[in-house]
Design a protein around this ligand. Structure first.
Ligand SMILES: CC(=O)N[C@H]1[C@@H](OP(=O)(O)OP(=O)(O)OC[C@H]2O[C@@H](n3ccc(=O)[nH]c3=O)[C@H](O)[C@@H]2O)O[C@H](CO)[C@@H](O)[C@@H]1O
Ligand SMILES: C=C(OP(=O)(O)O)C(=O)O
Length: 418
């Protein structure tokens, strides 16, 4: 298993172009199944998860190729409607293929999705909504055998929680449905709006994506298009944190500041100077971070759960105490125990974590527990005294495109070892 060796103490400084968003590229790759023809997806990050999505597309019969930062998918040759268990288990986003395949083929057979263990992550909201739209589901030895005889029908879908994945699945079912679908309490994440932008370019009629109520008028046919994936707001946060923890300075290019509106003020609260330009953010600081009183994770536009672990790493070395409340996933503090190995003072009680900042973290042998928890350990190692070994970095490879190259260019001492 590969690991990182990170010699801490260097100031992170320089410019980095932020990759395309994992959480946009995965549903958009799944959505290519409902659009016949060749989709060209620019700014599509090169990650383990996008590789898995491409493997699913190829299994379904699509022709896929990568040309630099773009992935090209020709879905005119889709010939299968099932996803094997080994591919379903590789990532959470595999479940988004359910709406897409059933929409295209009227049938779909797949098992429960895998991915990082940060909570139970049921798919009840996805299944309930798709059933309301006419899907019949039979459970068969761990597989879901799904049929939509006569195709999906528009429905009024009320989500009891604004689930990102359930909203995406309903949109994919609704674009080719007969009639109109209204999603109430839809997720408002920018990645939902990006999925809708792609589909609308292909001929879909989706209104209100990015808001709490989305209306989708079903159309007969969708034709593939060219689309550029939005920047990754969590990766942007990770690089900002690296600079903030090392008294450094970083200029992020290719970002959308609107997507960082719940995040940038927290860096200011931590004492960093933050400048917002149209597609850039510059962060500078020369001192240890100040504590950020209370950080509660919330659905967008609130503070994102995916940024909780990186910010916790930063607060371990703040000049005071901070409190985190994780409201989205019930088991998303696994990184706390690893940060403690590096000297961090963290007390976890259910959904609350109290982080008492210390002067300096020290090196240790630690292991990534999930994607963002792994990123938090890399950040802690950059700021720590000595050389830290971060194991199980395949979790980090799920979501970060060339992380060590980018950090090296910013002045970090980081090596990947086999
Ligand atoms: C690929 C992708 O886009 N992943 C993101 C997506 O995950 P994902 O789409 O899985 O997250 P959801 O918004 O669905 O989950 C939020 C909460 O709802 C619960 N829930 C969800 C569906 C369901 O059927 N039943 C149910 O109870 C989940 O267990 C969780 O507690 O949004 C999360 C919340 O912003 C992010 O952390 C993930 O990075
Ligand atoms: C939890 C995450 O992703 P996924 O939903 O793909 O597991 C994440 O990106 O932090």
């Amino acid at each position: 298993m590969q690991k990182y060796l990170i010699q801490g103490g260097s100031r992170i400084s320089g410019e980095v172009r932020v990759q395309g968003a994992k959480n946009s590229s995965l549903p958009v790759l799944a959505a290519t199944v409902v659009c016949s023809g060749e989709s060209v997806l620019h700014n599509c990050p090169d990650l383990l998860d996008t590789e898995y999505a491409v493997k699913i597309l190829e299994y379904l019969g699509c022709q896929c190729r990568r040309e630099g930062g773009s992935v090209i998918v020709d879905s005119s040759t889709v010939s299968r409607w099932e996803v094997p268990d080994r591919l379903m288990r590789e990532m959470r986003s595999s479940i988004i293929f359910l709406g897409a395949i059933a929409s295209r083929c009227g049938r779909c057979r797949l098992s429960y999705p895998g991915g990082c263990e940060i909570g139970q992550r049921p798919i009840d909201l996805h299944l309930l909504a798709l059933q309301q739209m006419g899907m019949q589901i039979t459970e068969d030895h761990g597989y879901l055998d799904c049929r939509v005889d006569g195709g999906f029908k528009g429905a009024n879908v009320v989500l009891s929680f604004p689930s990102v994945g359930a909203t995406e699945n309903v949109i994919l079912a609704a674009v080719l449905a007969k009639g109109t679908t209204v999603i109430t309490n839809a997720a408002r994440e920018p990645e939902i709006a990006d999925l809708a932008d792609y589909l609308n370019r292909c001929g879909a009629r989706i209104f209100g994506a990015g808001e709490g109520t989305i209306r989708v008028e079903g159309v007969e046919k969708l034709s593939a298009c060219e689309h550029t994936i939005i920047p990754d707001r969590i990766v942007a946060t990770t690089y900002l944190t690296a600079a903030a923890m090392t008294s450094g300075s970083v200029r992020l290019t290719g970002v959308d500041c609107r997507h960082l509106s719940s995040i940038l003020p927290l860096f200011e609260e931590a004492g960093c100077e933050v400048r917002r330009l149209p597609n850039e953010v510059i962060l500078e600081t020369s001192r240890r971070p100040l504590p950020i009183g209370l950080i509660r994770t919330m659905p967008y536009p609130g503070f994102p759960t995916d940024a909780q672990a990186p910010l916790m790493a930063m607060m371990t070395m703040a000049r005071g105490t901070s409190v985190f409340v994780e409201n989205i996933f019930e088991n998303r503090y696994k990184h706390a125990a690893e940060l403690q190995r590096m000297g961090a003072h963290i007390k976890v009680e259910g959904r609350v974590a109290i982080v008492e900042g210390i002067q300096r973290l020290h090196s240790a042998e630690v292991a990534a527990t999930d994607l963002r928890g792994g990123a938090a350990l890399v950040l802690a190692a950059l700021a720590a005294e000595g050389t830290t070994e971060v194991g199980r970095i395949h979790y980090i490879d799920r979501g970060y495109d060339r992380l060590e190259q980018q950090l090296t260019a910013l002045g970090a001492h980081i090596k990947r070892l086999d």
